[in-house]
Ligand binder design. Structure first.
Ligand SMILES: *Cc1c(COP(=O)(O)O)cnc(C)c1O
Length: 358
């Protein structure tokens, strides 16, 4: 029935404010499934953060970043500031269909010289950031591309330079310094730098070295999901069937390898519940050893993201669309129909039926 994300509201909100306070210029990111919360909820929460920032002498939450142009309309009514679109503008597709009602609030990401000319031709007052290519090699211009832009950047509203850095592996600062040098040598009329995936101390060093620049850190995971202790996911037990060794169950009519219980719980492929790797090591030797011990993974049961009494459960068969079947061997504690059990999932790939914020 229900796969629920429970949020300890006071603790979560305290964490959001704490991140904002130690991250001047914070740009919350809300994209995809809204990190499990949904885009609309994150948009409202960003507006709440922005309102709390008023009068602190700092800026945060005045800009919300979304992933795609299709996401703009989902946040635009709930959040009243500027909306940065992270997917670079292209002269086709959804980028050309922005509702004129929000066009003035949208900040485009431009990652190719030819796109800047095309964007300004369509929207002469367009607001945009120029993305520089980083070691991620995803999108972006080189220093030479920037220098080749000539007078174009005097048109429209250049809102800054954007860098999308890979997840930290050591320090990013030398790369950032090199990229800023490129931007400076292109003599661009902006002193704003939009960055991602830097640590607090890297932000601080950046602010110290480039004190004439405004740093805008884009953060999603560390903001919305940064305090895991405030978040809990549960599923409901919908049915419990005792089985004896040899009893048939499931879509594939397999037989129980030993006595125990088959459980039907909420959450399936439609929620993003997937098969995890089989438990333990897959070498022949270890499989033989688990087989000798009567281990269920040896007979093909696969670990599930469901936990009962702190113990990880095994799928009885691959998850169904909205429910999953678990096999509990004899001797495990057996929950009752209606009980809530813990689920450990990736928030960015799970669609919850409900988000309950206390
Ligand atoms: C998703 C994204 C972010 C935020 O990433 P998190 O790891 O969720 O903080 C920042 N910048 C860009 C360009 C992104 O696409």
């Amino acid at each position: 029935m229900t796969l629920t994300l429970h949020v300890d509201g006071p603790r979560w909100r305290e964490h959001l404010v704490e991140v904002a306070e130690r991250t001047p210029g914070l740009v919350p990111v809300a994209k995809g499934n809204g990190y499990g919360f949904g885009l609309g909820r994150l948009a409202r929460r960003t507006q709440w953060l922005a309102d709390r920032g008023v009068g602190t002498g700092q800026t945060w939450g005045d800009v919300l970043a979304v992933g795609t142009y299709d996401e703009v309309a989902e946040v635009a009514d709930r959040f009243h500031g500027s909306i940065l679109v992270l997917t670079p503008w292209r002269p086709f597709g959804a980028a050309l269909e922005v509702d004129p009602a929000f066009a003035g609030r949208v900040i485009h990401t431009v990652s190719r010289a030819e796109d800047l000319a095309a964007l300004l031709e369509r929207q002469p007052d367009a607001r945009y950031v120029l993305e520089l290519v980083t070691s991620m090699l995803r999108h972006g211009m080189t220093g030479r591309d920037l220098r080749g832009l000539g007078g174009l950047t005097a048109r429209g509203r250049l809102e800054g330079i954007a860098l999308h850095l890979p997840l930290a592996q050591g320090s990013h600062l030398s790369q950032v310094q090199r990229l800023i040098t490129d931007a400076v040598s292109a003599d661009l009329p902006t002193r704003t730098l939009w960055v991602s995936h830097l640590t607090d101390s890297e932000h601080e060093r950046l602010r110290a070295s480039y004190s004439d620049y405004t740093i805008r850190p884009r953060i999603g995971t560390g903001l919305w999901l940064g305090d895991r202790g405030a978040l809990k996911v549960t599923a409901q037990v919908l049915d419990v069937h005792p089985v004896e060794r040899g009893d048939v169950f499931g879509y594939r009519s397999r037989t129980a390898p030993k006595s125990g219980h088959v459980l039907i719980v909420s959450g399936g492929t439609a929620h993003g519940i997937g098969l995890a790797a089989p438990s333990g090591d897959l070498s022949l030797k270890s499989r033989a050893a688990t087989l000798a011990r009567g281990g269920l993974d040896a007979v093909g049961f696969v670990r599930s993201p469901y936990f009962i009494g702190g113990k990880q459960c095994l799928f009885a068969e691959p998850p169904h669309m909205q429910a999953s079947m678990l096999f509990l061997p004899h001797g495990s504690p057996v929950p009752a129909v209606g009980d809530e059990i813990d689920v450990r999932v990736r928030f960015t790939t799970t669609s919850f039926d409900r988000v309950e914020i206390s």
